[in-house]
Structure formats: structure tokens, C-alpha cells
Write a protein that binds this ligand. Structure first.
Ligand code: NAI
Length: 485
């Protein structure tokens, strides 16, 4: 706490380095900056107290300062223990006009390399605005902030937090402990918070899945905006963002030659498609695994072999999970891999690769090559010689753990959707009842429009007659809701 501003970041002295990167990012984020200009006067987020849980990168810093420019009071944490860029976090705390001695920006609680205990401590701080207030908006990525509120309300209603069982993951036990402490100090804290929250805007596939589950069960507590499924989000960030940042992570982590290698991509959804394109672009031989016949057929039509993991596990050089599902690569499969095969994940959660099982392999040793790059050395066993595999970011999002996430231009699309979604939910509570919503298509098209000039794109104008012929408005939206792009 310096001069009344609360924060927990690695080092405020990094703020200047962060600010120079932010300046470059602003130029590459025309959508977000245009929204900043459009709404600076109207201040639509005045009165909003936004609790944000999303990778604390340079691009996110531009989003945070946009929300502030629109009138919001903001607090921020990262949604992953490895994804913070410490210089970006410092720059946000210091603010555009502050100094390290006199920070005057936004409270951030995030640093690269948090422990899980620290991560949930930060997430708890997220909900503690000044003067004992809670947030009235949530901006989430993966749903951890939303989860904490929902679990808090559930246990407050029950009057107690259940004890963690052996079956619970280590992380869930930490969540339960966080909530136990919260409930002991303030038995109705999350119930009050939930009562004030006007809505949550959710960034990613996995978080959106959690929201639909809550809505189906009838336990969703406030309206939610599915930002992920704006076309200008998932068909851009998930695909083209990964195409850029996944190879960046591979290169920074290992600098291994990708060309000629056999790369195995598990999952051929939006993220998988981007990953495959990047690996092929580098000259890798790529095969994919899928459970969905449509995605499997798409892969085949792209000329890819669609295989079962077990059939390639001994031959693959690079294994990448992109499924958003758990238990994709088992410890037994990792034991069968080639010496120095690389195993990495870009799906949201860390359970795609069985890291817990890997740590339990008898005689296995973990050696740090450098932060977020580990060699796991298997002893000779079952007729196999001693060998190692290389695991990136401990099985967590490697494009953020080993690199700096997606580039600014694509995040400008995602975050323009976020900013618009925050404005929609905050200013039009009547229009969005409790449930999961998507942004109107016209706003999705607006986000795309905001990025055309920067690329020199010239749109053809629909004539009145053509618009009538197609049965659409000449100003858009141009497609029916079910169109798939
Ligand atoms: P998606 O649903 O489009 O794709 C996932 C694919 O995995 C689906 O086609 C599904 O059929 C397949 N799949 C599921 N279980 C499988 C299994 N056992 N074996 C093989 N394939 C399986 O989802 P999307 O948008 O591609 O997102 C994937 C994950 O990446 C999510 O966790 C999402 O939150 C995350 N994500 C990560 C980003 C990053 O920067 N690292 C960016 C965007 C999303």
C-alpha cells in the first residue's frame, strides 16, 4: 500500500519498461483505442467497480487503462500463475502519469511465478475494493473469479465450508481454505457481492463452459456475457493468436528446430487449428487427435493424419494439448516417449497433461533447465532405457508461461469485445436477464470494422438492391445468427 494504493506486484521499478511496451501495444490495438476515444466523453462505466481476472500482460494493461478511461474503478489479478508480465503489472500500478515512488494507477495483485496459495490470495484481494466495497462487475478468463463467488455464496448459504477430501485436487483444497477464512471473518461476504454484481464477461472456452453449466443447473447468480464466442474473438484469438504465440513459446523455451519433426496436436478446435497451421508453417509433420467426427473430418480434409495418441506416442517429437479437456496425455504415455520429446499444453487448465501422475513415477527426477522449462528424467524401466522428456510451463498454458501470449493486434479484437460487453451488461441490466448471452452480431461486426483501416482493407458496400436481394440491412448484420464463418 503506497499512498493509499493497494497492490502486490514483482517490482514497481519495472514500470518504465512496461510503459514503453504499452505505448507500442496501443498502436497495435486500434479497436480498443477507438473504443477509448468513442466513449471517453460519455463515461459509460462510471460507477462500475470491475474485478478483472485475466493474464496480466501488456495487452491486458491496455484493456485495463481503457476500462479506467471509460470511468470504471478497476482491480486486477492474473488468471494463471505464470502468465503475468511483471513490467506490465508495474506499469498499470504506477499509471500513465505516476512514478514508482508515487503510483497512481490501478491496484494489481499479480506476478510471474505465483504459488497456488498466492494465486488464490490474490483472487481473494480482487474482491476487496476500497471502503469495504465489493465489485459490481466481473471480467473473467477461465472463470476462477466467478467460481470463487459462486462457491462462496453456496457455502455461506450452508453456513459452513466443507472440508477438503483426498479426492479433491490440491488447488480446490486451497479454494476451500480461502473460503473458510472468508466465511469466518464475514459470513455473508460473497452473498453481498453476488447481490451487487450486474454481470460477468467471460473470455475463454473453458470459462464459458463453466457458465453454461451453472445456467443449466439453475445456479448462475448473475447475467453473463460469453465473449469467447463472438466471432471476432474465438475465430481470431484462439486460432490466429495461438498460431503466433504457441511457436513463440516453443522457441523461447527450447529453441528446438521445428521443421522435420513429428508434432502431435491433441484437439482440432479453434486453438488446435491455429497450432497446426503454425507447426506446418515451420515444416513440421503434423498429426492430430480428435474425439469429434466433424473436427476429425476437417483435419483429414486439410491433409492431416488423424490418429490415436497411443499409436504415435513413441514417434512424436512435440506433443501439444489444445482440448480444454482433462487427462489427455497420461504419465504412462510420457514414459513411452522418445528421449527429449517436448510435452506442452495451451488449453486453459493444467489438467490436460497428467503432471501429478508424472511426479509419482518411481525414480523420476525433475531438473530445471530454466524457469518454466523442466526435464523429467525417467529411470530405465520396463525394458526401456533411461530417458527424459521436456515439459513446458509445468503443463500450464505455454504460450503465456514461456512467451508473452498473443500479440496486441489480435488481442485488440478480443478486448474490444470485452470492453463492449462490460458496457452492455453494466448500462443495460434490463436487457440481459440472468443467463449466458452473446454480443449482438452488429457489435461483433463493429469490432471487426475497427480493425480494417489498420490493415488497409477496403470493404465493398452493399447496394440497396443487393441488400434487399439478400434480405439484410445494408448496414449489417450481414449474416444470420447460425452462420459459422
Ligand atoms: P474447441 O472446443 O474449439 O476445441 C477443443 C477441441 O478438442 C474440440 O474439437 C474437441 O472435440 C477436442 N477434444 C476434446 N477432448 C478431446 C480428447 N480427449 N482428445 C482429442 N481431442 C479432444 O475449444 P478452443 O476454443 O479450441 O479452446 C481449447 C482450449 O484452449 C480451451 O481450454 C480454451 O479455454 C483454451 N484457450 C487457450 C488460449 C491460449 O492463449 N492458450 C486461447 C484461447 C483458448
Amino acid at each position: 500500500n503506497v499512498g493509499g494504493l493497494e497492490f502486490a506486484v514483482a517490482d514497481l521499478a519495472l514500470a518504465e519498461a512496461g510503459r514503453t511496451q504499452l505505448r507500442l501495444a496501443e498502436h497495435e490495438m486500434p479497436g480498443l483505442m477507438s473504443i477509448r476515444r468513442e466513449f471517453a466523453g460519455a463515461q459509460p462505466l462510471k460507477g462500475a467497480r470491475i474485478a478483472g481476472s485475466l493474464h496480466m500482460t501488456v495487452q491486458t494493461a491496455v484493456l485495463i487503462e481503457t476500462l479506467v478511461a471509460l470511468g470504471a474503478d478497476v482491480r486486477w489479478v492474473s488468471c494463471n500463475i505464470f502468465s503475468t508480465q511483471d513490467e506490465a503489472a508495474a506499469a498499470v500500478v504506477v499509471g500513465p502519469n505516476g512514478t514508482a515512488e508515487r503510483p497512481e494507477g490501478t491496484p494489481v495483485f499479480a506476478w510471474k511465478g505465483e504459488t497456488l496459495d498466492e494465486y488464490w490470495w490474490c483472487t481473494d484481494r480482487l474482491f476487496r475494493f476500497a471502503d469495504g466495497q465489493g465489485p459490481n462487475m466481473i471480467l473473467d478468463d477461465g472463470g476462477d473469479a466467478t467460481l470463487l463467488v459462486h462457491k462462496g455464496v453456496e457455502f455461506e448459504a450452508a453456513g459452513a465450508v466443507p472440508a477438503a477430501t483426498d479426492a479433491d485436487a490440491e488447488e480446490y483444497a486451497i479454494v476451500l481454505r480461502t473460503l473458510t477464512e472468508s466465511l469466518a471473518a464475514d459470513p455473508k461476504r460473497f452473498t453481498r457481492i453476488a447481490g451487487e454484481v450486474r454481470g460477468v464477461t467471460e473470455e475463454t472456452t473453458n470459462g464459458v463452459k463453466r457458465l453454461y453449466k451453472l445456467a443449466t443447473e439453475g445456479t448462475l447468480l448473475f447475467p453473463a456475457m460469453n465473449v469467447n464466442d463472438s466471432v471476432t474473438k474465438s475465430k481470431f484469438d484462439n486460432k490466429y493468436g495461438i498460431r503466433h504465440s504457441m511457436v513463440d513459446g516453443l522457441n523461447r523455451a527450447t529453441d528446438v528446430m521445428i521443421g522435420g519433426k513429428l508434432a502431435v496436436v491433441c484437439g482440432y478446435g479453434d486453438v488446435g487449428k491455429g497450432a497446426v497451421e503454425a507447426l506446418r508453417g515451420q515444416g513440421a509433420r503434423v498429426v492430430v487427435t480428435e474425439i469429434d467426427p466433424i473436427c476429425a473430418l476437417q483435419a483429414a480434409m486439410e491433409g492431416l493424419d488423424v490418429v490415436e495418441l497411443d499409436d504415435v506416442v513413441e514417434r512424436g517429437d512435440i506433443f501439444l494439448t489444445t482440448t480444454g479437456n482433462f487427462g489427455i496425455i497420461s504419465a504412462a504415455q510420457m514414459a513411452r516417449m522418445k528421449h527429449n520429446a517436448i510435452v506442452a499444453n495451451v488449453g486453459h487448465f493444467d489438467n490436460e497433461i497428467d503432471m501429478a501422475g508424472l511426479a509419482k513415477v518411481p525414480g523420476i527426477r525433475k531438473l530445471e533447465i530454466k524457469p518454466q522449462v523442466h526435464e523429467w528424467a525417467f529411470p530405465a524401466a520396463d525394458g526401456r532405457p533411461a530417458h527424459s522428456i521436456i515439459v513446458l510451463s509445468e503443463g500450464r498454458l505455454m504460450n503465456l508461461g514461456n512467451a508473452t501470449g498473443h500479440p496486441s493486434f489480435v488481442m485488440s479484437n478480443s478486448f474490444a469485445n470485452q470492453a463492449i460487453a462490460q458496457i452492455e451488461l453494466f448500462t443495460k441490466p434490463g436487457e440481459y436477464p440472468v443467463g449466458v448471452h452473446r454480443l449482438p452480431k452488429l457489435l461483433d461486426e463493429k469490432v471487426a470494422r475497427l480493425h480494417l483501416d489498420a490493415l488497409g482493407v477496403k470493404l465493398t458496400k452493399l447496394t440497396k438492391e443487393q441488400a434487399e436481394y439478400l434480405g439484410v440491412d445494408a448496414a449489417g448484420p450481414f449474416k444470420l445468427e447460425h452462420y459459422r464463418y
